[in-house]
Design a protein. Structure first.
Lengths: 200, 200, 200, 200
DNA sequence: TATGAATGAGGGTTCATTCAT
DNA sequence: CATGAATGAACCCTCATTCAT
């Protein structure tokens, strides 16, 4: 990679980092492109060299951050000896929830802007960005003898939506109850959702 | 109610209706207050006599529309002979999903802007707006001998979030599958979520 | 006319005057709307209340200024005893050329931006703006027994284009000769153009 | 001319052709240097090696295109047997008008940007560009025994301006009449303008 | 109450020009 | 000679909000 190439990537990364910081601090609508570039120490025109507009960088950031979180949880799982699928899944869920509880800005950012469509298309569009793919990771965990690949996909969808939306409300607003209070219910519900797909 | 009083309410209603129409047509951020008042045939300053800003009218509208939908489904239920709790719940869910499938603009509007907190507080703030309260309606259905009031609330929360977020993705974007394909899974999952709270 | 109405017209006039001043001083493309409003002491948004954009005010100004000049020449004609059509026409031409020689900025402004289409449509659009219409003024001068109304219109078109384009080059750039040198040729040519339409 | 030299000329020509195409398609002010170079497949910086700015290439193009048209008409004249000056002139005028009617973009481009000064100076600056000069061509046609060289120049000026400005309005906008309707008037007027200079 | 003209900060975006490679 | 990433001044325009009428 040439010096010029490196410089380009550095500029892009700087914009990503600065934009994320401002998005979670001030909110997206209150963050202007002027804010981003001036904080990043980059010229305004340069922004438009890499991103179409504010929502372009937001979409890319949302997927980036969500993926990072998932893969981080998977890496943590690999450090353990857990082999049972449900236990593995619970580990990941607990890991992610704990991370979001510690980083409510991130939760706010991801939850408000991540849709399944964005998420999915992002993985398909640029598989080179991460040598490990979150979907593959999940499907590899699922015991294929009891849950079909097709069902696994639908299950993943339901779990993601269910956990995402309830976590948003409980963690950020403690509405209608706090995440700590909700936790046992969440665990039970996740088990209930999974068990449908066993022994079908 | 005097003539002047009536005139005031008419103005307010006109603003509500016009704003809703524009919100679902052009989207909220693309709708300006100028758009609303000019389409409503009302002076710009008058808007500020009734609403604080665009987000004030949006919040009120979201709750209004969501409540109308819930109560409409309940009224439909009353026309039936269904007495079993789970069947009643399924009827309401199917009714609401069918309505949202027919009116995707409404789904988009509600899903993007309705949070549990807004919803809940709205009911508490102005119980007079609807002589029937959605929460009371729901709790009345729940068989109190098998599910406690406290659990009922948590269950309602989970169902609302689960159905809301999966319906959004499947109806509007058919991602990762269409609502028609998802329907049996949805039914099973709802049953699974409910059954946890039986015979505890 | 109420106070508010008067205030509106004052603002509009102020914008007209300031824009014209800047257009002829700095040129149109170098004049920004910011320049106009800041010099006029009016808020930027107010500009857009009265004009669509820079080119809207330019078009209106061009017609305004050209009309004023024509009508001014006609008023001057009325102060004389000249009765012969050709002499009257020559008087008007000489008057206008003299005015443009004294005010080369005006010549530059009008010549670069006035097209027959703009001119004509402007008169038809808002005939109320001037109780006297330049076209009617011209046609009234033409001796209708020797030149038909239809021919008069074509003649006026040719004279306007011929004088306009040659005056532009000779007055502003003395190319290929100065207006003073060109004057006798211009007179002869105008007579030649007119005489075609006599005794047809 | 070495290979490198040829490559340079090719780049320049490519820029000329691309710029012209964009100028007549999108208009000059809407055409950016980015547009030109990206369409030409040449680097942005390279543009500045050959031209000062957008207006530099425009001026050169306008003269180039106008000259081509004039010389083309002269070449067509040489294919005929016409010997009489007025007939020759009419042939050229008709030829040019026909060409502009077929190519209104060219008319628009030339008329809006060609001034006598630009035209004249261009011929004097770079006579090498065309081995035949339009001015010389015209003066050679004029019968020098009846019209002096000095008068010929003034006549050419008047004809050019007269025809140019009336053609613009009639061809492009049919205002106040179409070119077809105007044609006989144009012919008569041209004759009238020429005859002044006979037998002086 | 109701009006709507006036405001003006600040947003997004463009694009001619430069200069290190 | 050729490149094209980077620049950043400059611009247009929107629109929520106010306030005299």
């Amino acid at each position: 990679m040439g010096k010029l190439e490196t410089n380009k990537q550095q500029k892009k990364d700087k914009l990503y980092n600065t934009a994320f910081e401002l998005f979670i601090t001030k909110g997206i609508s209150k963050t202007t492109i002027s804010d981003i570039v001036s904080k990043a120490g980059i010229a305004k025109g340069t922004f438009y060299l890499y991103f179409k507009d504010k929502y372009d960088i937001r979409n890319k950031l949302v997927v980036k951050k969500a993926s990072e979180l998932f893969l981080e949880s998977h890496n943590a799982l690999l450090q353990t000896d857990i082999t049972d699928f449900e236990e593995q899944l619970m580990f990941i869920i607990d890991y992610i929830i704990a991370a979001l509880q510690k980083n409510t800005s991130l939760l706010n950012f991801i939850a408000k802007n991540l849709s399944w469509g964005v998420f999915r298309s992002a993985f398909n569009q640029s598989p080179k960005d991460s040598d490990e793919n979150f979907f593959d990771m999940f499907y590899a965990l699922v015991p294929s003898d009891v849950i079909s690949r097709h069902d696994a996909e639908i299950l993943l969808f339901q779990l993601t939506e269910f956990i995402g939306s309830t976590a948003y409300s409980t963690i950020l607003y403690s509405e209608p109850l706090s995440m700590d209070e909700f936790m046992p219910h969440l665990h039970n519900s996740v088990h209930a959702l999974i068990h449908q797909y066993y022994n079908r």
